[in-house]
Structure formats: C-alpha cells, structure tokens
Design a protein around this ligand. Structure first.
Ligand SMILES: C[S@@+](CC[C@H](N)C(=O)[O-])C[C@H]1O[C@@H](n2cnc3c(N)ncnc32)[C@H](O)[C@@H]1O
Length: 241
C-alpha cells in the first residue's frame, strides 16, 4: 500500500504480525477499531482487501487528514458489498472509513467491534497515571472489553521495555498484568515475545512481510522510509473478553 507517512521495517513487522494472525486463522473481520491509528498499511490493506468497516481513533488531527489522503492514493473504492451471515441475512456492508481525531479515553460508542488492535500506541498514552503505575493500560483494557463483540478479539502489538530506554516503555509481563486485571482473557498460545535482535535478523529473510528500507523504497518510489529499525523488543498478545 502507498503511504504518505514514513514507513520503516520495524513498523511493517508489527503490522505484519497482525495480518499473519488474521490470515493464519482465516479471520474475516467486519467491524474494526484501530487505537492510536496513525495511517498504517495494515489498516489500508484491511479496508481495501477485507472490506472491513473501519474506525481509527487518534489524538493527532494531522493524521486524520493523512489517513484520508492514503485512502485516495491507494484508489480504495468502497464498494458497498453486502456480507451475509450464516442464515443468509444481510448483516453488514462496508461503510466508508471513519476516523475520530480525539483521545482514546474520550471515545465512547454503542457499536461493538470484532477486531480491535493497537499497534504501538497505547504505551504512549497515560500509562503512568490514573490508578497506579501503568494503569493507563488497565483503563484502556476496561474500555476495550466493553467495545468487543462476544467473540471479538483485541490484538496488542507493541514495543516494550528496553534497559535504559524511555520510562514509558513497559515490561511485557506488566502489559499482560494490566490487561488481565481489566478482565480481558489472553487467547492461549498467542503471547509472542520478539527480541529486537531477531527483528533485525528478519529484515534480511523477509518473514512477516518484512522488507529492508531499500526494498521498501524500490517497491514504493517516493515513500518516506526511516531505518531506525528494531530499537526495542516487541510483544504480541491476543485477548478476548
Ligand atoms: C507510535 S504511533 C503509532 C501509530 C500507528 N498505530 C502505527 O503503528 O504507525 C502512536 C500514535 O498514538 C497517538 N496517540 C497518542 N496519545 C493518544 C491518545 N491519548 N489517544 C489517541 N491517540 C493517541 C499518536 O498521535 C500516534 O499516532
């Protein structure tokens, strides 16, 4: 997908993990909520190819503008293709993507989502505030739980703690503790820890759709790349309510 923001191998790695999970389990998401959305290739891909109903939330209004520019440059044509439920009733059709420029904690909705994801955003929120250290994630977990459909999933993929790095980065087990405390349940065997050394290594053998900056530039002339790749370990979890 073409993008107007910078793209680096590290970001594509995290997005690739979500797409791999969707493909491996043959998921067909319908209503998608993207927390701290930015404008990722993953979201554009799901809108274009999976025809999902998409809502992005990001506190930065500039990113909302950028997101809709990306919709344009990728020729994403929202055709209102009906999706039939098992008893052949029309239960959903693709809606034009929505994007709210607001803080996630100010977001409320009666809608339910069968796929909610966070690509490296929640850890930048109010993690050291609210109830105790890192309880921003706990509070986010409570909100997410309310927004999930009964069989919906929340995928969390994020940079995590590195000795000496910014204080906002959280140890993987603390992220897990916060979400479990909020009542979310970890889907068995989904917890994946990826040390940054491995992410760097994967750059060369193209696992998880990962490409080097040179490859990205060759495939998408004019794209802005940033090769400050794999500066942190990455943690991946899938939760249900
Ligand atoms: C590291 S970026 C990740 C963006 C995108 N998910 C990606 O993978 O490229 C973190 C994003 O969180 C957004 N953000 C920070 N605080 C937020 C808040 N309280 N509510 C919603 N979005 C927020 C920022 O504007 C930024 O776009």
């Amino acid at each position: 997908m073409k993008n107007t923001t910078y793209v680096n191998p590290d970001m594509l790695y995290k997005q690739g993990m979500i797409l791999k999970y969707i493909e491996d389990y043959n998921l067909q998401p319908i209503n998608v909520l993207d927390i701290g959305a930015g404008h990722t290739n993953l979201s554009l891909y799901l809108i274009k190819n999976y025809k999902v109903n998409y809502l992005g939330i990001d506190s930065n209004p500039k990113l909302k503008k950028g997101f809709f520019e990306c919709i344009e440059i990728n020729d994403i044509n929202i055709n209102k293709k009906p999706i039939f439920s098992f008893n052949n009733q029309i239960c959903s059709c693709q809606l034009y993507p929505k994007y709210e420029a607001k803080k996630f904690f100010n977001f409320t909705s009666d809608e339910k989502y069968d796929l909610i994801y966070d690509v490296c955003a929640l850890i930048h929120f109010d993690v050291n505030q609210i109830f105790c250290k890192n309880d921003g994630l706990y509070k986010a977990g409570l909100t997410i739980k309310n927004l999930l459909t009964d069989d919906g999933i929340f995928i969390f993929v994020s940079d995590c703690f590195k000795e000496g790095s910014y204080k906002e980065f959280i140890k993987p087990e603390e992220c897990l503790k916060c979400f479990l405390k909020s009542g979310l349940k970890l889907v068995p065997n989904t917890s994946t820890f990826c040390p940054r050394e491995n992410i760097k290594k994967y750059t060369s053998n193209n696992i998880f759709n990962l490409h080097s900056c040179e490859e990205i530039e060759k495939s998408f002339p004019g794209i802005i790349t940033n090769d400050s790749c794999a500066t942190h370990d990455v943690i991946f979890y899938v939760f249900k309510k």
